[in-house]
Design a protein around this ligand. Structure first.
Ligand code: 5AD
Ligand code: SF4
Length: 469
């Protein structure tokens, strides 16, 4: 059978989709990249912002309309992820043709239910009817579940089976859910409270990946640096986990996303100086540079505490790249609050950032407040920060021109199959040409001389005759 999977939102969702793809594949089905030929279509959704929801609704509308036009009962069309959890009932009413809706913590059930539905459609009504809508209680503290640590599940990137069995860069999910209650955020509602995975399990999964050729691991968690606190491992559990992973022979790089400033301890900043594999890159969400707004957002730190973390990080690794998330136009955000955000943005020297216009999410605390910053003001603040970001990224990238950078080779460039793409330890994309082909270089660490820079990427040439690994 042909299975099409579409994923919106964060890396967590990407990782969940890898698991879904692996489950289908284990049962002998093919993952396809064209929804028009699929027998089963699964949309894995995100609820963090209105725009992400609209995209998923658009996609579902499109596949449903095509099926209606054919007056067919196939393909089976299902929804999972945060929106399925949060707005499942509403989706059922507004898009009545959807076959199943499985909440964010029920993604592991997607293959089983989708296949049962498919059999029932084909074989008439003799098969038992599977449930159409399944959600879960986000308050329940059930142990970490749904994670297949099967290596097979890592063979899918963006739901496409890799040509070979190794994945140069892999994600490992270290926890699920979030115990913070940021006023604007729907995640604790959709993904439930924090449940960390036992460290042994994570280490075992990492070791298997490294054995199969993985060089870089990104640890995923909503508040990655609060890892282990919920299972009694204490405040240093995350650094402990990094230390254990650092000892894995053959592992070259570790990244993680996303940490929370409140748990960014001196031990963690110290780890950047101490650990061989910990890359000089951190995504550290600021959200706002105004203490007043941070308080309203229920983010328990101040702008000066944030700057202190940044300076500790720069002390540990002067060339560290720091990226962030910012929300503009939170209810009640005044010009002077936004000025504070700009100030901290500059002082932190972010060279990458995701800037979001505030979007009220039903069920969150801030959704009760009037969304009182006009869209034109949100737009203006967004544009101002984007300009600042372009300037800061360009400055950061220009500093790398004429230097040699260590690149981990990942793939060919999407828009230019002749060019090869790899990343620096600081997560910068580098495009380069080489007399060697991708198959020879993928998964290798090589020295690339940078010859030019744009805001988004670097270009270089490969002059190291022998890869170092
Ligand atoms: N409106 C706008 N941005 C949001 N984010 C989370 N919730 C909202 C919202 N309601 C942003 C935050 C978070 C990122 C993943 O999405 O910046 O860090
Ligand atoms: Fe949402 Fe805050 Fe948890 Fe991040 S830390 S997932 S923004 S509630």
């Amino acid at each position: 059978m042909k299975i099409y999977l579409r994923t919106y939102g964060c890396q967590m969702n990407e990782r969940d989709s890898e698991n879904i793809a692996a489950e289908f594949a284990e049962r002998g089905h093919d993952i396809v990249s064209d929804d028009a030929v699929a027998d089963i279509i699964v949309v894995n959704t995100c609820s963090v912002r209105e725009q992400a929801e609209q995209k998923a609704i658009g996609k579902l509308g499109h596949v449903l309309a095509r099926r209606n036009a054919r007056r067919a009962s196939l393909p089976i069309i299902g929804v999972t992820g945060c929106m399925a959890q949060n707005r499942g009932g509403q989706l059922m009413r507004t898009l009545p043709g959807i076959d199943f809706i499985l909440g964010a913590r029920k993604t592991h059930m997607v293959p089983e239910i989708a296949l049962k539905m498919y059999a029932r459609r084909l074989g008439g009504m003799c098969h038992p009817k599977p449930p159409r809508l399944l959600r879960d209680d986000p308050e329940s503290a059930d142990t970490y579940l749904d994670i297949s640590d099967d290596l097979q599940s890592h063979r899918y990137i963006n739901r496409h089976l890799l040509a070979d069995t190794s994945q140069t860069c892999a994600y490992i999910s270290i926890m699920q859910g979030c115990q913070m209650n940021c006023s604007y955020c729907i995640v604790p509602k959709t993904r439930g409270i924090q449940r960390s995975r036992p460290p042994e399990e994570i280490l075992e999964e990492a070791a298997k990946l490294v054995d199969s050729g993985t060089k870089e691991i990104t640890l995923l968690g909503q508040v990655a640096n609060a890892y282990g606190r919920d299972i009694g491992l204490g405040g240093d559990a995350f650094v402990g986990l990094l230390r254990s992973l650092d000892k894995l022979d053959g592992l070259e790089r570790i990244r993680f996303t996303s940490p929370h400033p409140s748990f960014f301890t001196p031990q963690l900043t110290g780890a950047y100086a101490e650990l061989r594999t910990l890359c000089e890159y951190v995504h550290l969400p600021l959200q706002s540079g105004s203490d007043r707004i941070l308080k309203l957002m229920r983010r328990p730190y101040t702008a000066s505490k944030f700057l202190e973390i940044v300076s500790r990080l720069r002390e540990a690794k002067p060339n560290i790249s720091i990226s962030t998330d910012i929300i503009v136009g939170y209810p009640g955000e005044r010009d002077e609050d936004f000025e504070c955000t700009k100030e901290i943005f500059e002082k932190s020297g972010f060279d990458m950032a995701y800037i979001f216009k505030y979007s009220p999410r039903k069920g969150t605390l801030s959704a009760e407040l009037p969304d009182d910053v006009p869209d034109s003001v949100k737009e203006g603040r967004n544009a101002e920060l984007l300009d600042l970001l372009a300037k800061q990224s360009m400055e950061y990238n220009l500093r790398l021109v004429d230097t040699e950078q260590e690149i981990l080779v990942e793939s060919c460039a999407k828009r230019n199959p002749d060019a090869i793409m790899g990343r620096t330890r600081t997560h910068r994309k580098v495009f380069f040409k080489s007399s060697k082909n991708l198959a020879e270089l993928r998964g290798k660490l090589i020295g690339v001389k940078i010859k030019s820079a744009t805001v988004a990427a670097l270009e270089g040439y490969f002059y190291d005759p022998e890869p170092r690994l």
